[in-house]
Design a protein around this ligand. Structure first.
Ligand SMILES: [Fe+2]
Length: 230
């Protein structure tokens, strides 16, 4: 039998290779942010430290990260190219960007970034045992019996004999230090819950695409210059 897989979710992975000096500078800047957390009690036991919840959500405005964001820009262009989207008709903005730090079994629970278009995770400091990225599916187009694919009892009873790419509702993307992973912001994602992290540091950002010219365009966000604050 021939299987035709259609309507993919494409995760774009690449590497950003910075000098060790630059990475050390970024790491020490991020540790400083953690040490100056503005809402330390927001982080519960077992949660990773996430800069966006602690008052440090604008790494894109910090010159220490300029070199990194130059490389990000090249990758975004390539990502949009893969999707056959004309970058010349868009203004692209980093809307916000923040770091995360995970120690021990700290995790980031499943979430999505509803206010932006593209998100990424870049692994500034990660060893092979530190948690990987998990991507979750909400559509489950192949789930012919509703509830089957996420059902532990069906798996235990072997009604679902094994998990494979056709019936998975979550996939682990194995990532290494220096990797950057782009995905649609609306995609639910998390970190692996089972790993023990040494000091895993990642950087995330939310990116929006705005039309340079809205004439005859119905669906894109129109240019900011035409907005009127009321
Ligand atoms: Fe996220």
């Amino acid at each position: 039998m021939r299987v035709i897989n259609i309507f993919p979710l494409s995760i774009f992975c690449n590497k950003i290779v910075l000098s060790n000096d630059k990475k050390d500078q970024m790491i020490s800047e991020i540790r400083k942010m953690r040490d100056n957390s503005k809402k330390a009690d927001y982080k519960k036991k077992g949660d990773a430290w996430t800069g966006d919840t602690q008052g440090f959500e604008n790494l894109q405005k910090n010159i220490i990260f300029d070199e990194f964001f130059l490389e990000v820009k090249k990758n975004i262009n390539e990502y949009l190219e893969q999707l056959a989207i004309d970058i010349d008709q868009l203004d692209i903005f980093i809307q916000r960007s923040w770091a995360t730090i995970s120690h021990g079994n700290e995790t980031i629970a499943k979430h999505k970034h509803m206010q932006s278009h593209i998100s990424f995770a870049y692994y500034l400091k990660k060893n092979s045992n530190d948690a990987n990225l998990m991507i979750h599916d909400e559509v489950t187009r192949n789930e012919i019996i509703p509830g089957l694919f996420g059902s532990i009892s069906s798996l235990n009873r072997k009604v679902l004999k094994k998990i494979n790419i056709l019936n998975s509702s979550q996939i682990t993307i194995n990532v290494k230090e220096d990797d950057i992973v782009f995905f649609p912001s609306k995609t639910p994602h998390s970190t692996q819950p089972t790993n023990s992290n040494e000091e895993r540091i990642s950087i995330s950002a939310d990116i929006v695409c705005i039309a340079k010219n809205s004439e005859t365009l119905e669906h894109l966000t129109p240019p900011y210059d035409n907005w009127k604050k009321i």
